[in-house]
Every structure is written in C-alpha cells, then in structure tokens.
Design a protein around this ligand. Structure first.
Ligand SMILES: [Mn+2]
Length: 268
C-alpha cells in the first residue's frame, strides 16, 4: 500500500534520546499489560480512534455524526494519548468512559499518571518534582478527578482484537509483540539499521518494515500523518495541531475522519 507523507513532516528533528538512554528507561518501566477484546457480535463494528489529545468536540463529532456509533453494539478502541495539547482532556476521558472505550496507554497518559502518583523516579525528569515544575501534565495530574485518573491507570499497553487478527498499540511493537517493553509500546517511531525500535523522529518508520502477521493499528507519529502499510496503519493525523481525527473501522477497513475546529497546539 502507498504511504502518505506530507512534505512538511519531513523536516529533520534532532534526536530526543540516545539508544542508551532509551534502554535505561525500558529497564525500569512497568511490565507489559495486554488485554484481549471479546468478539463483537455481527453487525457490530470495532472502531479504532487515533490520538485525541483533548479534542473532545472532534471526538464526539466523529462518534455521533460521522459514525453514528451504537453503544452496546459497536466497540470503541483508542490508541491512547487522550490527554494534553488540546483544550479538554477531562472531557475526552469522560467521553471514553461514557462510550465504554478500551484505550491503550499513550506516553502523555503515562506522564500524567506518573505525576499523579508522585512516582519516584519520575522517569523522563528524575530530578523534577511537582513543587518545582508546572507543566500541562502536572496541571492535569492535579486537576483530573479520581475516576478520570483511574481510567488512565487501567489502560493496557496492547489491545488484542483476535476477531480481526489485529492488535492496537499507542506507538509501536516488535515483530513478536508480546516481547515489546512497555516503554517502547508508548514511545517508538522508527527502527534503526540494527533493527532496534527507536523513539527519535528521523529514520525508517517502524511500521514500514514490520513483517506482521498481526495487523497493527497505532498512533503517536503525527508528523507522518496517516500511514498505510502492508501490516500496519498509523492513525495519528494531528487533530490537536489543527489537522484531523481519524478512525479505522472493522470489519469494513474503512477510514473515517473529522477536521479539527482549530489549531490547539504548535508543531508536530
Ligand atoms: Mn504519543
């Protein structure tokens, strides 16, 4: 299948972390959690939605107007990163709860949780504390309700859809997906020449060389927008950056999008 990469997304970006730094984070991140969804009885659909990032108006428009989503018949699955960047993270979590959505954990969901739990060490910033820093993530950690935080807490890293021989993950997986460190599930974008998954921006998109056999729905890589590969489909179409929110719908394999009402965040 062809891969759609807009030219603006090809701007080089400096590496965020060395492989050694990524390896040390992998080593201390939590055990991989995988859940398997029971089959949806016909004619129910399974709707997988890309990174929502606080765009609750667009999320609800996608469900209610574009998809005519039927609670109790259709199943909603999210790739994660429900929070941050956009205007209404709390509203997105409430909508997910209202619709019975199952969501993978994204790196932003995980970061908010780390702050909420005052986790030590706070992995991305070992020296920081809530008292020292105020960021969008610390504000969310302080302001989300216990029910909203509990929803983030129970997110698995991988959701299996055995009915469709597919899996859902926030960022990426190894060929043997059960062996992916949870940190990588939430962070990777590319694959190095040595075959290692890597969270840095530039390089070979991991999904372009992923061999299957499971079909993988993922998000996290807004710069590359919609990615259509033989064994994977990337759904982060940058709604918070003023682009689109995209859903993949089983069994038809159809893509459904809504356009963002505004640009809520800068850069991608
Ligand atoms: Mn992400």
């Amino acid at each position: 299948m062809d891969q759609i990469i807009p030219p603006s997304s090809l701007r080089p970006r400096p590496p965020k972390k060395s492989q050694a730094e990524q390896a040390s984070l992998r080593a201390v991140s939590e055990p991989l959690r995988i859940v398997s969804l029971p089959p949806t009885p016909y004619p129910g659909r399974v709707v997988i939605v890309g990174d929502i990032h606080g765009c609750n108006i667009e999320f609800r428009e996608l469900l209610e107007q574009k998809l005519n989503f039927k609670k109790g018949a259709d199943q909603l699955v999210l790739v994660g990163d429900l929070v941050a960047k956009g205007p209404d993270s709390a509203g997105v979590i409430d909508t997910a709860i209202e619709y019975g959505a199952k969501s993978c954990m994204g790196n932003h969901d995980w970061t908010v949780l780390r702050w909420a739990k005052r986790a030590t060490p706070y992995l991305p910033n070992p020296d920081a504390s809530l008292a020292q820093r105020e960021t969008p993530h610390t504000r969310l950690a302080n302001n989300l309700s216990p029910d909203q935080l509990a929803y983030l807490q129970q997110m698995p890293h991988i959701i299996e859809l055995p009915q469709y021989d597919a899996i859902v993950v926030h960022a990426g997986v190894r060929a043997v997906y059960q062996e992916t460190p949870s940190y990588d599930c939430m962070h990777v974008r590319t694959q190095t020449e040595d075959g290692l998954l890597d969270e840095n921006f530039d390089g070979t998109p991991w999904a372009s060389v992923y061999p299957g056999p499971k079909f993988v729905l993922f998000g996290h890589d807004a710069r590359r927008r919609l990615q259509k590969h033989d064994h994977a489909c990337g759904l982060d179409t940058g709604c918070s950056y003023g682009n689109e929110l995209t859903a993949y719908v089983f069994p038809q394999g159809e893509l459904v999008t809504v356009t963002a009402k505004a640009q809520y965040a800068k850069g991608e």
